[in-house]
Structure formats: C-alpha cells, structure tokens
Design a protein around this ligand. Structure first.
Ligand SMILES: [Zn+2]
Length: 506
C-alpha cells in the first residue's frame, strides 16, 4: 500500500469509485438513441435567490452562474411551493402545491394520487435517473420508484463509514466481512482487537483520507446530519460521468445538499467574504423570530457556501458543454426553497414566508436559446413540470396545477395570476390546514396570511407588501390599502376552503 494513498486510490480500494470515474474518457460523439432530447434538473438545496449576485445581491456570490446566464432564460421572481424541503420538493416533482400533494410534514409523503402522477411518470419514454443527498427527497423517490429506472442510493455519494468500507473490501471473505469484522478489526473496549494488523490498516486509511479532507474543509466536511460527510466536487464529477454513460434520452433529477446548512465551503471559498464591509439591511424582528444567533456570521458562511456551489455548477456546465451534452439537453437549475438571515430568523425552519425563503433561482438552459432572456413575471415552481414536459413534446398532464412558463407561453394577463406558497408543517395527510403560513402574490402585491399559531393568541396575522416597489418587505400596507388586502385575503380563504374540502369529513 502506498503511504500517500490519495482519495481516488482509497475509493478504488474501497470499491466505492463509481464506474464512470475509472479512467473512461468522455465520448465526444455522443449519439442520441432517438430524436428526443434530454432533460436534466439540478437542485441545490436551500439556495436563496436573495443571496445571489445574479439577482442583485451586493456580494459577488455567483460569478459563474451570472456568466452562464448570458445564454439562459433567467427567472427573477420564481417562487418555491413552500419554505422547506419536503413541501418544496414535492411541488417540483408533482407540479402541485403542498395543499394538493399533501407532503406537509417533515419527511412526509405525497398522497397516493401522485404515485403514478409525477415528473418521472411523465417522462416514461426516457431513461429516468435520480439522486438526492437529502433523505427527505429519497422518501419521494421511494414512492415513485416504479417510474425511476435508476435511483442512485444516497450513500453512494457520501464518504463511507469504516463499517461500510470493510463490507466492501471483504465482501467475498465471509470470515472477515460484516458480522465478524467488528471483533477482528475494531478496537474493543479493552483496547484490543483480534487483528491488530487490520485495525492499523483501517485506522491508517481513515486518518489518511479524512485528514486530507479536513485540511480542504476548514469548517469541517459538509454533512447531512450525522453521516461521514460528502464532497460536492466528487458528486459533480460523478454526475458528469454518469450522464455521458447512460442510455439516452434521459430524464435526470439531481438534488445536492449545498448550500444547505451546515455551511462548510472548501478552503478556497472559506473566508472569502469576511470583513468585506458588506452591511445587510436592518429589518425589524419578526413574530416568528426563532433564535438568538449571530445572523451576520451565519450569512457570511452561507454566502461562501453559495460561492462554492456556483463554482461547482460552473464546472458541471463546462463539462456538459465540452462533451456535447448541452446541445441535446434542457438543463434546469433551481432550488426547493430559500434561506434567510434577517428579522431574528436564521435558515428556513421558520413559519415566516418572507421572500428570501420562497424566492428561488430558476435558470433554464435551452439549446435553442443562445442569448439571455430575462423573465420578470411572477412564476411558481408548479409551472416547471408542465414546462419541461411541453418542451419534450409530452402532453401537459391535467393533474398539474401549473401552466407553461414564459417565454414558452405568451405572457399575458400576468398581473391577474395568483402565485401561492404554503407551509403547514404540523398538518397530517388527511387533515384540514388548521395552522398554516400562506402567501399569495398578484401583480405588485404580496399578502402574508398566518393562522392557528400559538404566537398569534387565537388571532390571524395578515401583512401586505408592494413587492415590486418594496422587495425587501419593509412597509406593511395591510392597514393602508385595506381594499387590496381584503380582496387578496378573500381569494386566499376561498382557496383554503377549496383545498380543505376533501378533509372536512362532511
Ligand atoms: Zn431543502
């Protein structure tokens, strides 16, 4: 064994290296097996449009995406279905809002109606592949599995634990593998293992590769909860190689955890925005203020993780372009929800629905579009499914609540359309929305409507903002423009009545 075994060597030894990375070169003469083109959706979790320089954020967090946007359709006012993963992602995958798909609770599932009605079932003539770092999204893949040709296991793109590693290395050796390796290899409570030799190899491997990673990640490895961590650049390498190798046409949905917390960028991005003089707008504390934390500190770490995501997306794009894939592919970049660092609220596990948690990036790279197209219409995530289906020549399913995104539809009467976002975090599958956060955006205005929360003491909370002229949501107009507030509230309540109807038990 080489003393300076690198990551690739280690992964090869561990049998963890995806096949595509074992020295195969990109096939430049990639041929489609039909005249259909590929559709690839890349989701970065908790990626707020607010913190992207592409959309005007003062810190230059997205230099690569901004450059690539010169060839994209750029949506400036795109809204997630909710403000957290389960409800937000299900809106991407079903083209419906949370009060319809019913994945309302953390790690919840969509209603039975959508098991055969989802973005994977729509692309049934494609090779459908999915991956997510986020377990809650894998819950949906499990529900939709009969419509997914290749559901890549979450752990494939995480660093292996020593247990998993040993099972891989010794999978053909029953004496050492799985059951007995613990007593052979792991140091037991008395500080001894049966095989000191193997123990030393394993601890050498672990310390060698983990210390190498640690030096690359000054704030620690990115993780999803208590796992061993993952390397975003490896995930992007894997994706690039896998996309070239698999059957075409393909439909891919890839959901990567960054810039979700913990905010742990690679060394070259960590510290990038420290002491840069940036001063966020001071906003009043909110009713749903959830923790006493240093918001500026976390915002800066998040912005640096966004910079890391931007770099990796740039690499993916470059690969897709140089390999020729892009010529035959509709590439979508978006997020399941945003993140916020204001009003005493950090992150997205909040009942509040301010723009930073629901306004998400959406860029569509269409091989037929060579110049930047800016879309300022207010759009919803439920529109993505019908739009990509239509692009692929598939009939738009009648069960989606969305409509075609501009410029694929002629934008007309846009100010008449209502865009909703919903969070009802404690509502069971078959229950009414008794406690919820909702917003409706129509024309210039955005109405927030919160009800059922103990913080409200039995009352409802309504706020109205002119988000066109006051995008930071600083001036609540609900008392000044009561007619507009009442009209929008009436519409929201009618909608709630309609979606609650199947669950009223009458
Ligand atoms: Zn998420």
């Amino acid at each position: 064994m080489k003393p300076d075994m690198n990551r690739r060597d280690f992964l090869k030894l561990a049998g963890m290296l995806p096949l595509g990375l074992l020295g195969s070169k990109v096939n430049k003469s990639l041929k489609l097996q039909s005249d259909k083109k590929n559709v690839i959706i890349v989701v970065f979790d908790a990626f707020s449009a607010y913190n992207m320089s592409l959309y005007g954020y003062a810190r230059e967090t997205t230099p690569n995406i901004s450059k690539l946007a010169e060839r994209a359709i750029v949506y400036h006012n795109h809204h997630a279905g909710s403000n957290f993963t389960t409800s937000g992602t299900a809106s991407i995958l079903t083209g419906t809002l949370p009060w319809t798909h019913r994945a309302l609770q953390p790690n919840g599932t969509v209603s039975e109606d959508f098991i055969d009605r989802n973005i994977f079932s729509v692309f049934n003539e494609y090779y459908r592949i999915s991956y997510s770092h986020n377990e809650w999204v894998n819950t949906f893949f499990n529900q939709f599995s009969r419509h997914i040709d290749e559901w890549v296991p979450k752990d494939d793109l995480f660093l292996p634990s020593s247990d998993a590693l040993m099972q891989k290395i010794f999978k053909n050796d029953k004496d050492v593998s799985s059951v007995s390796w613990v007593r052979n290899v792991k140091i037991n409570e008395e500080g001894q293992a049966y095989s000191l030799f193997l123990s030393r190899i394993i601890s050498f491997i672990e310390s060698s590769y983990l210390s190498r990673y640690r030096s690359q990640y000054p704030r620690g490895l990115p993780t999803a909860r208590a796992d061993n961590g993952f390397i975003l650049s490896d995930a992007i390498d894997w994706l690039a190689q896998r996309m070239t190798a698999i059957q075409k046409p393909m439909f891919g949905y890839f959901h990567f955890l960054p810039p979700h917390d913990p905010y742990r960028p690679e060394r070259k991005f960590a510290g990038h925005f420290r002491n840069d003089g940036y001063q966020p707008l001071n906003k009043p504390r909110d009713l749903f203020t959830n923790e006493e934390v240093d918001l500026f500190f976390h915002r800066t770490n998040y912005d640096e993780f966004v910079l890391n995501v931007d770099y990796e997306f740039g690499r993916l794009f470059e690969f897709m372009e140089s390999s020729g894939l892009l010529e035959n592919t509709l590439l979508v970049l978006t997020s399941d929800h945003g993140e916020m660092f204001e009003r005493g609220i950090k992150g997205h596990m909040t009942n509040a629905l301010y723009q930073p948690v629901i306004n998400v990036p959406l860029l569509i790279f269409d091989p037929a579009v060579n110049a930047r197209v800016d879309i300022y219409d207010t759009t919803s995530m439920v529109d993505l499914l019908p739009t990509v289906a239509n692009w692929a020549g598939i009939k738009i399913p009648d069960w989606s609540s969305g409509i075609l995104l501009p410029p694929y539809r002629q934008s007309s009467n846009e100010s008449e359309r209502s865009i909703f976002s919903v969070r009802s975090h404690d509502t069971a599958h078959n229950d009414l929305l008794k406690m919820a956060s909702t917003t409706v955006i129509k024309g210039h205005y955005k109405l927030h409507y919160y009800f059922g929360y103990s913080e409200l003491g039995g009352k409802d909370l309504v706020k109205l903002y002119d988000v066109k002229n006051d995008p930071e949501e600083m001036n609540d107009l609900s008392q000044l423009e009561m007619d507009i507030a009442n009209e929008m509230l009436g519409e929201l309540k009618t909608k709630l009545e309609e979606v609650n109807k199947p669950y009223t038990g009458s």
